[in-house]
Design a protein around this ligand. Structure first.
Ligand code: TYD
Length: 202
């Protein structure tokens, strides 16, 4: 199974991924954990170019292509080989991030972003996408703004959220919408239930 996690900045996605990882370790369930952009030597180098706050002159097109390039390497080097071995792959962000951030928020359009990514994906489509469903305007205040994408204005992050919602509606059930609770353990349990229901974990 190929599982991805998506959400806006500062919604607790990393915390939930760590809790899931701990749970799967504790219960002896194998999985491969990767994050985007990154998780291969080449993809991590591309990541540092994309997120460098000094790269103010980067065009939206360059940004989209760099995310796709980092993804192509990760798909070929880790995701497809791991799935071929029958392992579960859990990926922090994937192509839905590109559609939401570059397609909707940057305004490149979903068609451009999807066609660029078609080269990268090689049919590696997630079975389940866990979406932490929280508007960034509420979530974002608690986040430190350090990298180039985080420094975007609030309306950029609102558009990211709208982009996710549009994709979720069109996803034929691939998106699992998780409304985060104040208690992160309660959110964790919601995610476990959803993944159990879909046969991803025990
Ligand atoms: P990261 O620090 O990993 O953010 P987070 O913890 O929120 O996942 O930085 C990744 C940033 O890149 C984040 O702002 C989302 C953005 N991004 C895109 O714009 N397009 C993409 O395709 C991906 C994978 C990420």
């Amino acid at each position: 199974m190929f599982v991805t996690f998506e959400g806006c900045e500062g919604v607790g996605k990393s915390t939930q991924l760590n809790m899931l990882k701990e749970y799967l370790k504790k219960t002896g369930q194998d999985a491969v954990y990767v994050r985007e952009p990154g998780s291969t030597a080449i993809s991590e180098k591309i990541r540092s170019i994309i997120l460098d706050p000094e790269n103010t002159e980067m065009t939206a097109q360059t940004e989209a292509l760099l995310y796709a390039a980092a993804r192509a390497q990760l798909v070929a080097e880790v995701i497809l080989p791991s799935l071929a071995q029958g392992r579960t792959v859990i990926c922090d962000r994937y192509v839905d991030s590109s559609v939401a951030y570059q397609g909707y928020a940057r305004g490149l359009g979903t068609e451009f972003v999807r066609s660029v990514n078609a080269f990268a994906l090689e049919n590696a489509v997630p079975d389940v996408t866990v979406f932490i469903d929280l508007r960034p305007s509420a979530a974002f205040r608690s986040v430190r703004r350090e990298d180039r994408l985080e420094q975007e204005a609030a309306d950029f992050h609102d558009k990211v959220y709208e982009g996710y919602i549009a994709q979720a509606k069109a996803s034929n059930g691939r998106f699992v919408m998780i409304k985060p609770e104040k208690d992160k353990l309660a959110t964790h349990k919601k995610i476990l239930d959803a993944l159990r229901e879909r046969g991803v974990i025990k």
